[in-house]
Design a protein around this ligand. Structure first.
Ligand SMILES: [Cu+2]
Length: 248
């Protein structure tokens, strides 16, 4: 596996969940590389071995060798192994089993052309009500009369999270399909209007990591970017206190 990291360099990993994704990526790309090189060598050998000067007459019998059949079965077996030993178990752990809300920091993100609106519950841990009728007043449509929303925090294109804590992001969109991509966390999740989807990751490194919209969503798609700021729990708590009640 080690050498594959040099052949297929990726952004340094910054989340717990990404390790399994990387393993799968390296294995799949490793297999594809072997197939690519194998086919290329085979092609060149055939070109030389069956060149016209050596074979002036067409031969219509096929090769008696069993190697090609064996190689085909070998490749099929490897693909089954990738699917059943790696992909499906990874899916079960990282996609199908959502972490419990009490152990995570939940953040809501509402995508729009061309920005990420981020919503935190604030110190009370309760998200304020949002409704489409308030969308003219604030980008998330927060109801100004809801007491739960008084201390809520909203930001645009900036997500603050504490390190070593699982972050559960609930996603939806105000207009078209977007996709939340955080390459360093190995996160990529489509964001669909009228539907709430979730994605989670546990950052293991402090720092700033890029968010990119990964679904062509209009003219400004290229600038639909943001930053995930991973900070210590202390700095995060301080940030929450400083920001509470700030609806941008
Ligand atoms: Cu977008």
């Amino acid at each position: 596996m080690g050498i594959l990291k040099y052949i297929f360099p990726m952004q340094p990993l910054a989340s717990v969940e990404g390790r399994d994704i990387d393993t799968l990526m390296y294995l799949i790309h490793g297999l594809i590389l072997v197939l690519f090189v194998g086919w290329a060598v085979y092609f060149i050998v055939v070109l030389i071995k069956f060149r016209k000067s050596n074979n002036p007459k067409v031969q219509r019998t096929s090769s008696a060798s069993k190697i090609s059949t064996m190689v085909e079965w070998g490749v099929a077996a490897l693909e089954f192994l990738l699917l059943f030993a790696f992909s499906i178990p990874f899916w079960a752990v990282h996609v199908a089993s959502k972490p419990e809300y009490k152990n995570v920091l939940e953040i809501r993100v509402v995508a729009q052309q061309f920005a990420w609106n981020v919503h935190y519950a604030g110190p009370d841990g309760k998200f304020g009500r949002a409704s489409a009728k308030f969308l003219d007043d604030n980008p998330l449509g927060l109801d100004p009369d809801d007491p739960d929303g008084k201390d809520d925090i909203t930001t645009m294109n900036q997500i603050y999270v504490p390190v070593n804590k699982t972050i559960l992001i609930s996603l939806t969109s105000k207009d078209v399909v977007h996709s939340l991509g955080i390459p360093a966390m190995r996160v990529k999740q489509d964001v669909i209007p009228g539907m709430s989807t979730t994605v989670w990751f546990t950052p293991i490194k402090k720092g700033q990591f890029e968010i990119v919209c990964s679904q062509l969503c209009g003219l400004g798609h290229y600038r639909m970017r943001g930053i995930v700021n991973v900070v210590s729990q202390m700095d995060f708590d301080r940030w929450i206190q400083e920001q509470k009640g700030n609806h941008d």
